[in-house]
Design a protein around this ligand. Sequence first.
Ligand SMILES: C[S@@+](CC[C@H](N)C(=O)[O-])C[C@H]1O[C@@H](n2cnc3c(N)ncnc32)[C@H](O)[C@@H]1O
Length: 187
Amino acid sequence: MHADNWAQKAKSLGYRSRAVFKLIQILEKIKKLKNPSLILDIGSAPGGWSHYLKDKYPSSEIFAIDLLEMKEIKGVNFFQEDLRNIENIVQINQLKNEFCLVISDLAPNLSGIRSIDEANIYELNLLTLEQAEKFLNDNGIFIVKTFQNSNLKKFRKEMENIFKIVQTAKPAASKKQSKEIYLYGIK
Ligand SMILES: C[S@@+](CC[C@H](N)C(=O)[O-])C[C@H]1O[C@@H](n2cnc3c(N)ncnc32)[C@H](O)[C@@H]1O
């Protein structure tokens, strides 16, 4: 299906972004997720992923963080903050080793200068992985957006140091020509 059609489908189902289908398709691949009680959504705005997860798992508690504002989603605890300052969010920090699922669709603004953009993505990927390590419980699952570039192998290795299983996913709803790709790790 073309990207515009995914966008239309998202709209018709009342979701805020077509990104929701990327998450659905990744979760179909993982299969293992059973009623997560606590979820951390990093880079959550405009809210497609949080919204979908709240609909699917109404009893789960979701914490979401983004640099940008996010319109309220009932039952989702949103914090407008840079991931780099996540330590300032007391409500999240008191839940170390408690989360079943940490997801990150975070995408930094690109400068167009490849070396700078790749370094920036890598730094934010590592920071996201650090949060997964800190917040996931013993059976936790981590899903992270990254990009096909010279740091991808290195980042995957970092994930392999933490997770028993690490896999790649390129969901159908992700534009073929886009270098974005998702990795997931299962403890
Ligand atoms: C592709 S969007 C996420 C879409 C979301 N998954 C959805 O379903 O609606 C990427 C988000 O990452 C956020 N972001 C980028 N850098 C960030 C940072 N340093 N801290 C927090 N959020 C960041 C952007 O503001 C943007 O909203």
